[in-house]
Design a protein around this ligand. Structure first.
Ligand SMILES: Cc1cc2nc3c(=O)[nH]c(=O)nc-3n(C[C@H](O)[C@H](O)[C@H](O)COP(=O)(O)OP(=O)(O)OC[C@H]3O[C@@H](n4cnc5c(N)ncnc54)[C@H](O)[C@@H]3O)c2cc1C
Length: 332
């Protein structure tokens, strides 16, 4: 699967023909740590959850090798094996896990209506949206070639593997500034590759970057390629691209971190569900409740800040408990 492109589920141009209708108490959309954890809790609470996996069964972690920061695995574990464990645990309690993609949603009345694969209507008393967020990449071929071999979109996840080494962070916003300062605490040297001649990051973040001695900002540089035998050994950049002063610059690095944003997979619900300007679903602070009663959100799709497996799993647990309490209160 192409891990670098958000899946396009927004094409509603073809007329949907509903072939079947099913009623469920709890529908979970997405099979990452948030969705599977919600499924474990919801099935143990006897909500008989049905979970649709989406295209990427197991979620983002299936695209990585080592996961070393998920509690309970002292020797680390590979992402695909960990997600298979999540799935087995949910199935053990009776969660009904199916392959399918939510292609449309109508939350204007209860029960909530979700269309799966354009042809199946699920009427659900409660819905847990756990569709994740997809990291943005530059779109250069080398990002795919070196995926898991020096290219990463998550400093918290992968920074540790580059302890004492030289890395580059692409981006000039708050996330890039945060990732760069985080990596500066682990790595020997951090280059920030910034397209413009200013940072978009907040004043406070800019100051932190400027006051960190092992961060070097490469202003007006754009990454165009990566090189290396068995992993990233360096990047090719273009300085002042498109000007008479254009220049090719090569830097030696071991890791290449993208920090140019994420796309939350919330579009299919956006007619009814409040999101922020980027598309992250808004939840009532401290809960998984969205603006629509009976619809809850968990994991990266509602989390612009942490985006970790353990926080996604934690919020999946919250969503299942919120769904159970909602059903108890409404008598459904
Ligand atoms: C390469 C990589 C390495 C990482 N390493 C770590 C790490 O070491 N430690 C860590 O804590 N975190 C790590 N992360 C981050 C972690 O993977 C995420 O924070 C976590 O997976 C988020 O979980 P989630 O359940 O919210 O969403 P995701 O894991 O993104 O899962 C989303 C799910 O929703 C499904 N979906 C999307 N749209 C639809 C739809 N319309 N209908 C049905 N299903 C849909 C997808 O198929 C997928 O199953 C890493 C991420 C990446 C990309």
């Amino acid at each position: 699967m192409d891990v670098f492109k958000p899946m396009d589920i927004s094409d509603n141009s073809q007329e949907e023909v509903i072939e079947s209708v099913e009623k469920v108490r709890c529908l979970i959309i997405g099979s990452g740590p948030a969705g599977y954890t919600a499924a474990i809790y919801a099935s143990r609470a006897n909500l008989k959850p049905v979970l649709y996996t989406g295209l990427q069964m197991g979620g983002q972690l299936t695209t990585t090798t080592e996961v070393e920061n998920y509690p309970g695995y002292p020797d680390g574990i590979t992402g695909p094996v960990m997600m298979d464990d999540f799935k087995k645990q949910a199935e053990r309690f009776g969660a009904d896990i199916r392959f399918g993609i939510a292609t449309d949603a109508d939350f204007s009345s209860v029960p909530h209506k979700i269309t799966i694969d354009g042809s199946k209507l699920v009427e659900a008393d409660t819905v847990i949206i756990s569709t994740g967020a997809t990291a943005k990449y530059l779109g250069i071929e080398a990002e795919q070639k070196y995926a898991g071999m020096g290219v990463s979109a998550c400093a918290t996840c992968d920074g540790f593997f580059y302890k004492g080494k030289d890395v580059a962070v692409v981006g000039g916003g708050d996330t890039a500034a945060e990732e760069a300062t985080y990596l500066a605490g682990l790595c020997r040297k951090v280059y920030m590759i910034v397209r413009r001649d200013v940072l978009r990051a907040s004043k406070a973040m800019q100051e932190r970057v400027m006051n960190t001695s092992n961060i070097e900002i490469l202003w007006q540089h754009q990454a165009v390629d990566l090189f290396g035998e068995n992993g990233v050994e360096g990047a090719t950049l273009v300085k002042k691209k498109g000007t008479p002063h254009e220049e090719i610059v090569k830097i030696k690095i071991d890791g290449f971190f993208l920090a140019i944003g994420h796309t939350p997979n919330s579009e299919v619900f956006s007619k009814f569900i409040d999101t922020d300007e980027v598309g992250y679903i808004k939840t009532v602070p401290g809960t998984s409740k969205t603006n629509v009663p009976g619809v809850f959100a968990a994991g990266d799709v509602q989390d612009p800040h942490y985006r970790q497996a353990v926080t996604a799993a934690g919020s999946g647990c919250m969503a299942a408990i919120d769904a159970e309490r909602y059903l108890a209160e409404t008598g459904d």
